[in-house]
Design a protein around this ligand. Structure first.
Ligand SMILES: C=C(O[C@H]1C=CC=C(C(=O)O)[C@@H]1O)C(=O)O
Length: 371
């Protein structure tokens, strides 16, 4: 399907106020969409369904499902010529938001010093005027700008309208092959990825890696840690370590999600204490920010070898069941013609409150630059 037919179909579905998700996975050219056939709200409880899930930060709350068998699937190749994007932002500072964020970071540091937790992710929400009619244009701008991110636009009339460009995989399961990543530590991108990291960022990311490895030890038959690399996500750099392994039998998607989500990259460590601090003190509802989203249990034909001389072998290509979930970061919600932009950062004993504020400002630009 051509890109213009694809976007016409999306626009039509959106006009009818029917649920849909459109998305492009990192480094891919294909943009896919699932258009649900009615405005019914479906949930998954066991993650054994096939479709696209949208799950909130609070893991006890419902995960919305667009079931594959109740949706039309369409796709196109991304047409990068469609939009011009970035605008320069004026740098007006919301002083009361800044004071509030800094106070909360200071409070978090006191709790860390008191031993309540080692790390907590503190976030906030920024509001900008944004006409809802510009939603699909914003989605096109995100697609054109963030090639290495999972870029999405998700809509359900009974839940809301969300867009984002997230750099973080929560997990990928392909057959019994399992992959996740530890992503944390932030600095601004200044024309090179060859940068030094302070011990604060290194420790912050190591906490995430250790948590993931510890949580998955009983579920994976072997765990491989990749090297820790600097990755670029829009105007930011992060530390990333890939963690992979083979899922042991009887370790379904639901059990690994329960072990991982919310990771210390979005919540903290120990998980429960950090979560209680967040829920009590952040002063707003994160909803789907720092939740997760993506395809679950999608059957995909795998050809063994694309070499033309191996054409016969392709006949033996297998069907794999694939799930690929992403953490909902660098995202915004559109509500009442306003864009609510969600941003946060990991606080440890060495955090400097002013710098933590600056980090959230830099993160907000990922989507704010394109509004
Ligand atoms: C919580 C966010 O980012 C997380 C992911 C990468 C780096 C992070 C950090 O350096 O604090 C955060 O853990 C966000 O972007 O809102």
């Amino acid at each position: 399907m051509t890109s213009s037919v694809f976007f016409d179909q999306l626009a039509l579905h959106f006009d009818k106020q029917l649920p849909f998700v459109a998305y492009k996975k990192p480094n891919q050219l294909e943009v896919k969409a699932m258009l649900q056939d009615s405005n019914q709200l479906h949930f998954t409880t066991n993650f054994e369904d096939s479709g696209f899930v949208f799950s909130p930060f609070k893991n006890e709350d419902n995960t919305v499902l667009f079931p594959l068998n109740k949706s039309q699937t369409i796709s196109c190749l991304h047409d990068s010529t469609t939009v011009d994007s970035k605008k320069q932002l004026s740098s007006t500072i919301n002083l009361s938001a800044k004071a509030k964020h800094i106070k909360l970071v200071e409070q978090a540091i006191v709790e860390i010093e008191n031993g309540r937790f080692k790390k907590v992710v503190i976030s906030r929400v920024e509001t900008e005027t944004f006409p809802e009619d510009n939603t699909l244009l914003l989605f096109k701008k995100l697609l054109a700008t963030y090639k290495t991110a999972m870029v999405y636009c998700w809509y359900h009339p009974k839940v809301g309208l969300w867009l984002g460009a997230t750099p973080e995989t929560l997990l990928k399961v392909e057959g019994n092959r399992f992959l996740t990543m530890s992503l944390a530590g932030t600095q601004q991108y200044k024309n090179t990825v060859d940068v030094q990291w302070q011990s604060k960022e290194q420790e912050e990311q190591q906490l995430v890696t250790d948590f993931i490895v510890g949580s998955l030890e009983s579920s994976l038959s072997s765990i491989n840690l990749g090297t820790t690399e600097t990755i670029k996500a829009g105007n930011l750099l992060h530390l990333q370590t890939k963690i992979s392994g083979l899922l042991k039998p009887k370790n379904g998607l639901q059990s690994v999600i329960a072990k991982l989500h919310p990771t210390p990259a979005v919540c903290g460590l120990p998980k429960e204490n950090a979560k209680q601090f967040i829920l009590k003190n952040e002063g707003y509802n994160r909803e789907y920010y720092t939740g997760f989203l993506g395809e679950i249990n999608i059957k995909q034909a795998k050809t063994r070898n694309t070499n033309r001389r191996n054409v016969e072998n392709n006949a033996y290509g297998s069907v794999k069941t694939i799930s690929h979930l992403f953490v909902n970061l660098r995202c915004l919600q559109i509500k009442d013609n306003q864009a609510l932009i969600y941003v946060g950062g990991g606080i440890t004993k060495d955090s400097i409150p002013e710098n933590e504020w600056e980090e959230t400002v830099a993160k907000s630009k990922t989507v704010k630059n394109l509004l």
